[in-house]
Design a protein around this ligand. Sequence first.
Ligand SMILES: C[S@@+](CC[C@H](N)C(=O)[O-])C[C@H]1O[C@@H](n2cnc3c(N)ncnc32)[C@H](O)[C@@H]1O
Ligand code: SF4
Length: 389
Amino acid sequence: MTTPARRLALYIHWPFCRAKCPYCDFNSHVAAEIDHTRFADAYRRELEYMAQAYGAGRRLDSIFFGGGTPSLMPAWLVEGIIADADRLFGLAPDIEITAEANPTSAEAETFTGFRAAGVNRLSLGVQSLRDEALAFLGREHSAQEALAALRTAKQTFDRLSIDLIYARQDQQLADWTGELQMALDLGLDHMSLYQLTIEPGTGFYTRARRGDILTADDGLAADMYAETNRLMRAAGLPAYEISNHARPGFECRHNMIYWQAEDWIGIGPGAHGRISNGTNRTGTATRRSPSGWLDAVEAGGHAVETLIEDGPGDAVAERLMMGLRLSDGIDMLALEAAYGDRSRLIDMSAYDQLVEAGLLTADPDRLCVTEGGRLLLNQVTSALLARLG
Ligand SMILES: C[S@@+](CC[C@H](N)C(=O)[O-])C[C@H]1O[C@@H](n2cnc3c(N)ncnc32)[C@H](O)[C@@H]1O
Ligand code: SF4
């Protein structure tokens, strides 16, 4: 059997949190009671369905437990899903298995159980190392608690990442660079650094509509972004994606599979998947509501409610949108080998203008935005795609 060139990943969505953060629009819910046995059975059934529909002969390169707050899952549930994934697909010997975790002390106690279950990478939602910012963000943990959780996580996992949110209300450039330096002093190999965004449907969105200023203004946010990139590069963790920084070799394999438009299966409430079929691509999305998802899986073995069949045009558009987020951009020779000459894939006159304007690099083998281009990514992508629309 020949091994398919595209890697395959599995995403599992755990939709529950202890409390809802006012900035967050992820599919996350606070529930008084959770029937873990029902969820375990439903994950198994949906995974069996996906393996049969999309997994033929393929091994998993990555598993990612995302949320919500997966660190609230009992370790036996995580272990059961990994065992089912092994039985149904097989796991690559060097598989990356990530779980997102919140840094409260209760959750830190579960890290050993997660490690024993097979998780080998932890993504810890520290968000800030300053107590007043954590209060502003509505987080349940203090900076001390985050640092304690981080110490436990370091002892437990070889690969560890933290999330921080910046460009917050009242934050000045020096506040942020000071906080970032504190984070760098922790000696991690991977950090996700997000600018605070105001998302419809969140508590912050309601406040912003009432006139509260919750984020830094655009000019300051752009300065913070530039300074972040400079400091991270100098520390040996350059950006490999807009918001993601790693020491070379420590990039998140799972997210690289998304950004390089490879294949992944998504299970759990509101999970998305993408599976290639030659130059076409199938997209799946499951029912978002946790109880609706459970009912649908129990009734029919899966809760896929949106199924998209993309032809080559849409598949290329997605490759461009995802790949341009990466610092290395897109391998144009591979793209042409799969989909044909570049003059049919992108708007070449827009390309020339963007190179001229310094927003794309001049390397003909890679389609790649410059640091300036990254700040205008949506416009750059739309200009390149105009011809396909
Ligand atoms: C699914 S959440 C992380 C999981 C975990 N429950 C936590 O809160 O730590 C993924 C990450 O997205 C980031 N995030 C969520 N909403 C955001 C927003 N509106 N602006 C910036 N970053 C955001 C946070 O850094 C968060 O850690
Ligand atoms: S940021 Fe994390 S803990 Fe907060 S609501 Fe979103 S998923 Fe839950």
